[in-house]
Design a protein around this ligand. Structure first.
Ligand code: ACO
Length: 186
């Protein structure tokens, strides 16, 4: 299929095309989008692009999770609209996981989705409780119920402060509409 999954920061010539691909799916200001793409680096965050015959047809962004060592959060996974349902998304995710494991030396990938649960379940992702990529999540329950032993160990050694309660102005149902999932990279 002549497919390559490349770290965007090593191929900056694809930045504008990638920006358009993502903005075709999730409209956002070009400036903000470019800033996010240009933050890609050799560790995290990292933007990976799926390139076929010199054209960007897919994208996935990997971000750090401050409270979980050896893990990352995958977001903004997208395949060109006209090319969906042909296995490109699967290829991108498998290569992204390979990159996480072999290059970044990470053990677990987390994500959240609304509507693509079956796609990720087919790839081996399992549901877990919500995590926060900004600060400390409701992490104890994630550890107890879902996470692999390596993560339990890392976090049991760290005194993680309790997450502050959500501001009452934020409706809980909005926060909970996304399904959080994870996959161990063994
Ligand atoms: N519901 C059920 N099954 C699905 C869905 C879905 N929404 N999407 C794909 N599948 C199935 C396919 O039927 C296929 O099944 P099969 O192996 O039995 O044939 C399998 O999952 C693999 O599908 P691919 O062809 O590899 O997936 P595709 O190339 O279409 O990429 C993707 C999937 C990335 C979700 C694409 O449809 C897309 O870009 N969607 C719009 C953007 C989006 O919602 N991205 C995910 C956001 S969540 C996040 O970023 C963590």
């Amino acid at each position: 299929m002549d497919l390559q999954v490349l770290p965007l920061h090593r191929y900056p010539e694809y930045t504008m095309e990638c920006c358009q691909l993502i903005n075709d799916e999730w409209k956002r200001s070009e400036t903000a989008r470019l800033r996010s793409l240009q933050s890609s680096c050799d560790y995290l965050p990292a933007c990976l692009i799926l390139v076929q015959k010199g054209k960007v047809i897919g994208h996935a962004k990997l971000s750090s999770i401050p409270s979980i060592k050896d893990a990352c959060f995958v977001e903004s996974v997208v395949i060109s609209k006209s090319l969906r349902g042909k296995g490109f998304g699967t290829h991108l995710m498998l290569k992204t996981e390979e990159y996480c494991k072999d290059i970044l030396k990470l053990h677990t990938v987390f994500l959240s989705t609304k509507g693509q649960e079956k796609f990720y379940a087919k790839l081996g992702y399992e549901e877990c409780e919500p995590i926060s990529i900004y600060g400390t999540p409701n992490y104890n329950s994630v550890i107890k119920q879902n996470c692999p032993a390596s993560i339990k160990h890392v976090n049991s050694a760290v005194n993680i402060p309790k997450a502050p309660p959500l501001p009452t102005a934020v409706p809980t149902e909005v926060v909970q509409t996304k399904t959080f999932m994870y996959k161990s990279l063994s």
